[in-house]
Design a protein around this ligand. Structure first.
Ligand SMILES: [Zn+2]
Length: 264
């Protein structure tokens, strides 16, 4: 079936209620703007020409380069619509209120009605279908795209309830959430571990950890990566970077995207 275009009139209040009801770990992963990351202004990407071939689905023509056949792969970590945009506590999206222009609703069960970027649609749906074919529970899309405004409300809510320092360990500040890119998904199996550490022990959680890279996804926040990411482990949060890059990350043994991209 064809994906529906996403209508930005998502019931923000309803989403907030649902997210707020989840345990502490819920709705984490987007981050705080501690310092305006000097690195962002330092290096300007040369537009879309830097994108690796695997990312081309992201947008139109990126093939007009002058034949850098043997040049080392360079990734566009800065453009907000780049499939390899790197967003973390030090690197907000630019512009900070960025909204993707190609949001669609995938066919997965989607209790919060959150869309994802078109570029990941086929791979996400293939992942879900293969999981089911392997005898695993139907993957549920617990979170997809979250707007700047929604993240702002979430972080304010968490800060009020748990204090800013605690909130910073599991929730991103507005403009610093991978969910705002439309390239991050939180997956669940419906067994009661939604957005909780125990999801990592479920059969689906383990299958995703071992196979997500084959569909272009990277397990973004691991326990070993916490010193670099600043976030506690989130076995449910996967970041789409395209199959080629995800395979390369896996093969490199890097624990985080920061290490893989050489900015850790
Ligand atoms: Zn997440």
């Amino acid at each position: 079936m064809r994906p529906h275009r996403f209508h930005p009139s998502t019931p923000l209040a309803a989403a907030l209620l649902i997210c707020g009801a989840v345990a502490l770990a819920g709705c984490a992963e987007a981050d705080p703007p501690k310092k305006p990351a000097a690195s962002d202004t330092a290096k300007k990407p040369s537009k879309k020409d830097e994108k690796p071939a695997a990312d081309n689905a992201a947008d139109d023509s990126a093939t007009d380069d002058a034949g850098a056949a043997n040049a080392p792969v360079s990734y566009d970590l800065d453009s907000p619509d780049s499939v390899t945009v790197l967003v973390n506590k030090q690197r907000p999206l630019n512009p900070i209120t960025f909204e993707p222009g190609d949001l669609v609703l995938p066919s997965l069960p989607n209790p919060n009605g959150q869309p994802v970027r078109q570029v990941m649609l086929a791979d996400l749906e293939r992942l879900a279908a293969d999981a089911v074919a392997a005898g695993l529970p139907q993957p549920i899309l617990s979170s997809g795209y979250r707007s700047y405004q929604l993240q702002e409300s979430l972080f304010a809510n968490y800060s009020a309830n748990y204090g800013v320092a605690a909130a910073d360990q599991f929730s991103a500040r507005p403009g610093h959430s991978e969910h705002q890119t439309g390239l991050a998904v939180d997956l669940d199996d419906g067994s009661g571990c939604n957005l909780q550490a125990c999801f990592g022990n479920t059969a689906l959680g383990q299958w995703l950890r071992d196979n997500a890279h084959r569909y272009g996804f990277v397990l973004r926040y691991t326990e070993a990566g916490t010193p670099i990411t600043g976030y506690t482990a989130e076995p449910w949060h996967f970041r789409y970077v395209g199959v080629e890059v995800a395979e390369a990350v896996r093969a490199s043994g890097a624990e985080t995207l920061e290490q893989f991209f050489g900015v850790a």
